[in-house]
Design a protein around this ligand. Structure first.
Ligand code: SAM
Length: 607
């Protein structure tokens, strides 16, 4: 949708320049950075404080990159930046590459953005840059869908950059301007290239005092604005919590500890077992398997956002190395009638090819490395990781203290916040997050939560010469990962209400039977040898399957009931909790946060 005209990237759709070249960077700095007085405001931040910018059109991300550069030059260490943007028509990887190549002075930031760009999913994306100091929340959707989903009074400065009002009036509609005002507080400012009269009046009507000031270079004027005193609403400015207890050392707990520690918060992670990742997160390999229904209900929108986030988080903490993580791709086979229907509906929708592609049986066979009787969906970024290794990486931070062999049996409110205690120990901190799966029910605050133990057993089979040809993770009713060091991991059974961790022959038989039905070529390649070993883990689920993530009562949060999807959903859930604790921009739209919220669900269900 972009072309080059007179040396400038040009949007064919909007018949307008996407961003100016030659002096383009200086113009952006003049309009948006100086227009919002960012150098002064960044320098005035204190460690632990966050500044939040929102933009109306992400384009090539140039505004983000020069803001990020200025932030690193001017803000004190310990302060962080939330940058929110919307983009309905994301450019492809090559376009981003050539557009950003024009700015050698931003090449470090551009390289980081390009890497994350390959992880983008429709809907909201949350990516960290500069060791977590810069958080980008990018809503790949229409501005009018995205802005009303921001919390009120969260934005400190606006970049109104959505093409000229004459070419793209939707970007400047009353609805958009009202949403901008709702997300602003008494000190919020704005800047825009556009100085069109009706935009100016629209912004005044929603409560901004607007000035026309000299634009840059060939532009006569631009707009700057600030919330008018009569509309001013005080922003609640929370402090970072002094310390946080994280209860549970699986993926959910380790991810929470990681993102809180990155924000400069001291975390004590308490685990009852003698090592981290000892329960459901302890399998030797877990697969990155995102499964959506065509209707994309709330749960599936959450899973989609979680998948994009998980890939980006893994890129940060566990880059692909073939030992702890492989990006071999994953095939969802249309092996049953209902799967064929689901996959057919999804395939009929438009998806970025780096996310998923529909394939026929022949393409599936090529991708799998073994003959497949069905086609299905191909997830190029799917693959496997070693979950205990991910947990170990996540907690490698000087702000995290890990306390093993400590089963928390009571959690009580004390003057300083929360006290977690068990046999022979007691630890206190200002806030607490419970990430202990179905064991949370033993704590009084969670006794009434409808958490369910779900036993799942995997089987490990010896690879053969024929099965070594397998190149991708294969999923139908069960799954099987390509061989690593001569072993395939396949799984997994699901027994609701069962918390037994014993290894059962019946479960092995079930795993193998599923394989035989849906991937006969793989079963043939593996032969009849019995499994080498198995492992049973107990996951935690809840009716409806949407995890419970968020505040439970003041200062107490939870990240629970991730079911079989913890590898995907633990990371973004940690971001939700950290943003709530720190009063920062959340990574997901309000309606998804409500769907996950224990407070909301418990109130609504009367549980
Ligand atoms: N800020 C960008 C940068 O620094 O590179 C330039 C933004 S460009 C002028 C405007 C962007 O708004 C385009 O990328 C366009 O696709 C996007 N856009 C236009 N209409 C939109 C809408 N209704 N919702 C979301 N994005 C939209």
């Amino acid at each position: 949708m972009h072309d080059w005209k007179d040396g400038q990237p040009f949007s064919i759709r909007f018949d307008d320049v996407s961003f100016p070249t030659d002096s383009g960077l200086e113009e952006k700095r003049h309009v948006f950075l100086q227009g919002n007085e960012l150098a002064r405001r960044f320098a005035a931040l204190r460690p632990g404080e966050t500044f939040c910018i929102a933009e109306t059109g992400f384009g090539t991300g140039l505004n983000l990159l020069c803001t990020w550069q200025l932030f690193e030059q001017t803000a004190p260490l310990g302060a962080s930046l939330d940058f929110f943007s919307t983009e309905r028509f994301p450019i492809d990887d090559d376009e981003l590459c050539s557009a950003l190549a024009l700015w050698p002075e931003l090449s470090t930031q551009a390289a980081a953005l390009r890497a994350r760009w390959q992880r983008r999913v429709p809907g909201w994306n949350r990516w960290h840059f500069a060791d977590g100091r810069i958080r980008l929340t990018l809503a790949m959707e229409d501005v009018m869908d995205a802005l009303p989903q921001l919390p009120s009074k969260v934005v400190d400065a606006w970049f109104l950059d959505g093409f000229s009002p004459a070419k793209n009036p939707e970007m400047w509609s009353d609805g958009v301007l009202t949403a901008i005002a709702r997300a602003s507080h008494e000190c919020t400012t704005l800047a825009a290239y556009a100085s069109t009269g009706w935009v100016r009046r629209g912004l005044q009507q929603v409560g901004f005092e607007i000035k026309r000031v000299p634009g840059y270079g060939h532009k006569w004027e631009m707009l700057v604005g600030q919330v008018a005193a009569r509309h001013a609403e005080l922003k609640f400015s929370p402090q970072l919590p002094g310390g946080v207890l994280v209860i549970g050392g699986g993926l959910a707990g380790c991810a929470a500890a990681h993102t809180l520690a990155q924000r400069g918060i001291k975390v004590t992670l308490i685990e009852s077992a003698s090592q981290l990742a000892s329960a459901a997160s302890g399998n030797p390999r877990g697969i990155l398997h995102a499964r959506f229904a065509a209707g994309m209900n709330t749960l599936h929108r959450f899973v989609l956002a979680s998948y994009g986030h998980a890939l980006a988080l893994l890129d940060e903490v566990m880059p692909v190395d073939g030992v702890h993580r492989a990006e071999c791709g994953l095939l969802q086979l249309a092996a049953t009638e209902s799967e064929a229907k689901r996959i057919g509906k999804l395939a009929a929708q438009e998806w970025p090819p780096h996310l998923l592609q529909a394939v026929d049986a022949e393409q599936a066979s090529q991708l799998a490395g073994l003959p497949m009787t069905h086609g299905g969906l191909w997830f190029p970024a799917g693959g496997w990781v070693v979950p205990p290794a991910v947990c170990a990486r996540l907690v490698q931070h000087p702000n995290i203290t890990v306390r093993l062999d400590s089963e928390v049996t009571s959690l009580e409110r004390v003057d300083s916040g929360w006290r977690a205690s068990g046999e022979g120990f007691s630890v206190e901190a200002e806030q607490a997050v419970v990430c202990s799966a179905h064991h949370a029910k033993k704590l009084a605050q969670f006794a009434a939560f409808p958490l369910l133990a779900v036993r799942g057993q995997i089987s490990v089979l010896a690879a053969t010469e024929a099965s070594n040809k397998m190149q991708a993770v294969l999923c139908a009713e069960g799954y099987c990962a390509p061989a690593v060091e001569g072993q395939h991991v396949m799984g997994a059974t699901s027994s609701f209400g069962d918390d037994g961790a014993d290894i059962r022959e019946t479960d092995h038989a079930e795993n193998i039977a599923k394989l035989a039905v849906h991937m006969p070529a793989l079963q043939q390649a593996l032969g009849d040898a019995p499994p080498l070993k198995g492992r049973a883990g107990v996951r935690c689920s809840i009716p409806g399957a949407t995890p419970l993530v968020g505040e439970v009562e003041q200062g107490l949060y939870c990240s629970l009931a991730h079911g079989t999807r913890g590898l995907l959903t633990a990371g973004i859930s940690a971001e939700i909790i950290a943003s709530q604790m720190c009063g920062q921009l959340p990574p997901l739209p309000q309606e998804l946060l409500e769907a996950l919220s224990p407070l909301h669900r418990i109130k609504n269900t009367g549980k």
